[in-house]
Design a protein around this ligand. Sequence first.
Ligand code: KG4
Ligand code: ZN
Length: 336
Amino acid sequence: EKEILTLAVESSCDETSAAVLKGGRTVLSNIISTQIPVHQKFGGVVPEIASRKHIVNILPVVDEAVRQAGIRLQDIDQVAVTYGPGLVGALLVGVSAAKALAFSLDVPLIGVNHLEGHIFANFLSAPDLEPPFMALVVSGGHTALVDVRGYNHFHMMGQTRDDAAGEAFDKIARVMGLPYPGGPRIDALAARGNAMAIDFPQALTEKGNYEFSFSGLKSAVLNYINSEKMKGHALNQPDIAASFQRSVIEVLVGKAFQAVQETGRSTLVLAGGVAANSGLEQRLREAAEKRGVRFCYPDRILCTDNAAMIGCRGFYQSLAGGFSDLYLNAVPGLSL
Ligand code: KG4
Ligand code: ZN
């Protein structure tokens, strides 16, 4: 029996990406064209510039994905695309391209939720992983705990009330004069700082609360930096980074394992761009070992935005008949 070939497209933020998957878990190609250098001089993603760059990049990226997969465009059986959440103009480029491809190839279209895509990146890195499991999603735009009960059955345990964890990383890095995106820079600084140097706050830590809030922590760090500057002190960047990161990590780890315990899950997976954080991954791994819980996280390239994870999600969604019609629209505020 021939395995389904899925062409996937992702353009929700500042990466233009296309991938080809054979079946649900074999990645034949995963082309990622990042706009990070373009947005760096502005200190963050400029939505209008992102849309324009996606328009320029989308077809060459799709062509390259098909070429590297060693197939012909007409071999594609279905097209999956991120339709939200994300920047509306950015999403529209991918959605329009995917609709045009599906229409011209006369194959089904699958609109994919970007957050579900991040979770499904784990299936690509752990071939034997199967639901149920608990997923901790931490990206630039989202922080959430999701109970994955089946391939097409998700239960939101809680999400952020205000800022996402990645957003806090990026904002603090910016104030410290570090280039966008700040997450990897803070991560590197933190590795040589003292995490106990400064006591930053942790929010909503009461038991049974799976919501997150990072705006208070963000303000506390910014106030600390400003008051140090006022006093004429040189900033100890590694200590600030390490102390801030400890605050984020302790909240994430604490809530994740509480959720694991409450639901009785035996597996925890990490997802989203912040999954690339070495401190977070290490603390989760240690805590999982101690509790006898299996811990998975995607390969680094599959942590941040990419189309392979969208293809994986699209494949499993298609098994449950989760197709879209050609009226599919971008939904910037799409929830799980
Ligand atoms: O998932 P993603 O590529 O985009 C969204 O869907 O939001 O995540 C990007 C976020 C950025 O905020 C970036 O700073 C953060 O992931 N990030 C990190 C690390 N690498 C990327 N945060 C902390 N430590 C890292 N090593
Ligand atoms: Zn993302």
